[in-house]
Design a protein around this ligand. Structure first.
Ligand code: SF4
Length: 364
């Protein structure tokens, strides 16, 4: 999502007459498009943003801007402006004002009030890759999983009109782009009037000239057998599903407010394997969520073993501001999180390697 947002910002600035440089030292304006999902990503921005001084216009935009607001200026006094994810269309104007009147550097500009983005920002025609485009189909998320900062920084779920989405794809095709990834924080919850996600996939699949497409990220609760059938029927849709499970313990899933059970997830994974021939399945897991006992962890370990994911992103829990989980006691020690992380990682590596070599044997 941030990669696409960065393209949108670049596209807007290019349209306004600015040029892109790969050398930060030569740039007059440096914009950090930031992520707040994990502490580690934020720490990197704090250290990078402090590096540039000497009269450059420095912007911090995206989720950290929304998360910290005015606090960004306190922590990083050389930052010239802060803009939240729903206000990125204002960046060219802000930069122009700052460029014209140096006195404004002292005032800083702060925009984090917007709710839905204007549709035009997706039609600048700028894509970094010559053969692949990310296409946002929905913004934000209304799920409020207890550990997740996304609904707090990106707002509630907002679906784009499918006609605009199809227009954007058509325009990119005219530029010679033939591969696409449909994006949403909760992509398969897409709904616009009578258009749902599966119907949208079928429409995209029928577009002439489009060679391949995929989508991220899906929520298990919004995933259906109909989706698997659409994936299997399509000759263009990638046979790849990223379906974050987060935990294998029903107790922890409830605390996380994920809205499904371990049994529901395993049945879903099983149906996927049966319906989508040779489909790859990947997931996200959080270890060390508040109050995660050894038994809860064992449930996650067993689920990972049973689901046989092609790969998994395993994260050690860290509290994020504004979230419900941040008000729970972070009971699992750092060393224990480390041990749980390592244990699942080692097993997952073995499974991933086995699945890879089986695939290789089949192709021989
Ligand atoms: S569904 Fe995903 S983006 Fe939405 S709140 Fe849950 S983890 Fe965050």
């Amino acid at each position: 999502m941030n990669t696409r947002d960065s393209e949108v910002i670049s596209g807007l600035l290019l349209k306004a007459g600015y040029k892109i440089t790969d050398e930060p030292e030569r740039a007059d304006i440096i914009i950090f498009n930031t992520c707040s999902v994990r502490q580690h990503a934020e720490d990197k921005v704090w250290s990078e943003a402090g590096r540039y001084k000497n009269g450059k216009i420095i912007g911090v935009v995206g989720c950290m801007a929304q998360n910290y607001g005015e606090g960004v200026f306190e922590r990083s006094p050389n930052v010239s402006f802060v803009v939240g994810p729903a206000d990125i269309q204002k960046i060219p104007d802000i930069v122009a004002k700052l460029g014209k009147d140096k006195a404004l550097f002292a005032r800083k500009i702060f925009e984090t009030e917007g709710e839905a983005r204007p549709e035009e920002i997706y039609h600048t025609g700028f894509y970094e890759d010559k053969n692949h485009a990310f296409v946002v189909i929905s913004e934000g998320c209304s799920n409020f999983c207890s550990y997740c900062v996304v609904p707090h920084v990106r707002g509630r779920l907002h679906n784009r009109n499918y006609e605009d989405i199809l227009k954007e794809i058509q325009k990119a095709l005219e530029k010679g782009i033939t591969r696409f990834t449909l994006l949403g924080q909760n992509v398969n919850a897409y709904k616009y009037e009578s258009m749902d996600f599966v119907r949208l996939l079928r429409l995209v699949d029928a577009i002439e000239g489009l060679e391949e497409f995929g989508f991220v990220t899906s929520h298990p609760r919004d995933t259906s057998v109909d989706l698997f059938k659409a994936m299997n029927d399509s000759g263009k849709l990638k046979k790849y599903l990223h379906l974050p499970v987060q935990s294998g313990s029903d107790r922890i899933l409830k605390l996380m407010q994920r809205g499904y059970s371990r049994k529901f997830y395993l049945e879903l994974a099983d149906n996927y394997r049966k319906i989508v021939k040779a489909g790859a399945l990947t997931t996200d897991i959080i270890v060390g969520f508040p109050a995660e006992s050894e038994g809860d962890f064992q449930d996650t370990y067993d689920l990972v073993k049973a689901a046989r994911f092609n790969s998994a992103y395993i994260f050690k829990y860290s509290p994020r501001p504004h979230t419900e989980a941040s008000r729970m006691a972070d009971t699992v020690s750092r060393a224990e999180k480390e041990r749980r992380h390592r244990k699942i990682l080692d097993m997952q590596k073995e499974i991933s390697n086995k699945l890879k070599s089986q695939k290789y044997e089949k192709h021989k």
